[in-house]
Design a binder for this molecule. Structure first.
Ligand code: HEM
Length: 412
């Protein structure tokens, strides 16, 4: 029974609609998969574990990962040290603070909002470039190139190099996808090589930025002299890799899931077309209803912890199913209804606690601009395939393609 639920979450056949499985999961809020991870599926329990200092994000604290299909290779075998997503305080806090200096308040309060005009131009250019309105693959033509261009500009990574790091980023994103039947050493080797190549590529770039700094984040991080001191080269490399990957493997899915959901709710699409201000609450509801990060698999207990009467032993692996918590009827009224007018919306789509999404303001702005412009400019858009074909990945979930048609493109 437990094994079959695990397989059901991971089974590609359920990718288009995993929500009935999550409903089943919530009947046992703390579910121990045969000698493997403890799966937590209810809102309050997930949230409280995300805030619990006895929970670690550092894989080195994992003692019982043998049966966890998501267990990563030990960091010392890995080419790059872990990014701050996989560190605990105080290292995590120091790295996050240093990375935030050129990105957000208090030192850079206008960085993200200052990109609004540039983001708008990228969106307009991509919509203008749509070749055939009668057959658009929204992923290829819009949702993927948009966040990639944005994160490249922000970091100062040449957009022309996209073809090179796309393959490494895809391999690393795919390494998060648990395949219980795959050979773990092969999976580990693929992601090790990809991290190594990405690391070498970024090292070259950082070297260039040190010699000739620009106004991009990589230059600023490479030359920073804040109160936390400069980052070491290895710290800089792992932070740059984290931002590059986290910055585009998620937003692509938020935009695609968003357009898919809007096309399934034409009344909401029409409201957005008439009033782009709806984009703000709409994106929050999307992060609840169809979150691009479905589950957080990399957490470990630093002590025995009791959750809903179950003792989770020290060193155990935890999976926190954010997407299930977001549909928990004990937290959200009528959770399976997509409702952008929902008032009480503290979703888990961007995580919670000290590891909550670093790029949240940028992710939100990108999705708000993308969806409001698509709604405004595509004339009479409709889905050509429902459900569309999904990516294999159960953790970073989203359509691989989104074939849509429209009657034409309205002028800017
Ligand atoms: C729709 C887009 C996005 C979604 C849904 C998303 C979601 C998340 C989630 C759920 C976490 C928490 C993971 C955990 O607790 O283990 C997280 C962390 C993080 N995200 Fe995002 N993210 C998005 C976009 C971005 C962007 C654009 C960036 C970079 C500019 C970014 C950078 C990060 C980083 C660095 C962390 C680690 C934070 C820490 O450990 O302190 N994300 N994100």
């Amino acid at each position: 029974m437990t094994q079959s639920l695990l397989h059901q979450i991971l089974d590609y056949a359920n990718r288009a609609n995993p929500y009935p499985i999550y409903e089943e999961l919530r009947k046992t809020p703390v579910l121990h998969m045969d000698d493997g991870p403890y799966v937590i599926s209810t809102y309050h329990e997930i949230r409280s574990l995300l805030h619990d200092p006895r929970i670690s994000s550092d894989a080195r604290n994992l003692t019982s990962n043998a049966a966890d299909p998501l267990a990563e290779p030990a960091p010392e075998e890995s080419a790059l040290p872990p990014g701050f997503l996989r560190l605990d305080p105080p290292e995590h806090d120091r790295m996050r603070r240093m990375t935030n200096r050129p990105f957000g308040p208090p030192h850079s309060p206008h960085r993200v909002d200052g990109m609004r005009g540039e983001l708008h131009d990228i969106v307009s250019g991509l919509i203008d470039g749509i070749a055939d309105p009668s057959r658009i693959d929204l992923v290829e033509e819009f949702s993927y190139p948009f966040p990639v261009t944005v994160i490249c500009r922000l970091l100062g990574v040449p957009r022309e190099d996209e073809a090179r790091f796309h393959t490494w980023a895809d391999t690393l994103a795919a390494s998060l996808d648990p395949d219980p039947d795959a050979d773990p050493s092969e999976r580990g080797k693929g992601s090790h090589d990809a991290r190594m190549q990405l690391g070498m590529y970024l090292a070259g770039l950082i070297e260039e930025r040190r010699k000739k700094p620009g106004d991009d984040m990589l230059s600023q991080l490479a030359t920073a002299k804040g109160e936390d001191g400069p980052m070491t080269t290895m710290e800089l490399l792992s932070t740059a890799a984290l931002l590059l990957i986290a910055g585009h493997e998620t937003t692509v899915n938020l935009i695609t899931n968003g357009m898919l959901t809007l096309l399934r709710h034409p009344d909401v699409l029409e409201r957005l077309r008439a009033d782009p201000r709806l984009a703000v609450p709409l994106v929050e509801e999307l992060l609840r209803f169809e979150p691009p990060v479905q589950l957080v698999p990399q957490r470990t207990t630093l002590a025995d912890i009791e959750v809903r009467g179950v003792t989770i032993p020290k060193g155990a692996s935890l999976w926190l199913v954010l997407a299930s918590g977001n549909r928990d009827p004990l937290r959200f009224e009528d959770p399976d209804r997509f409702d952008p007018d929902r008032r009480d919306i503290q979703h888990l789509g961007l995580g919670s606690g000290i590891h909550s999404c670093f790029g949240a303001p940028l992710a939100r702005l990108e999705a708000q601009l993308a969806l409001s412009e698509l709604a405004r400019r595509l004339e009479n858009p409709r889905l050509l395939e429902d459900p569309p074909p999904y990516r294999q990945n159960a953790v970073l979930r989203g359509p691989r393609h989104l074939p849509i048609a429209c009657d034409g493109i309205r002028p800017q």
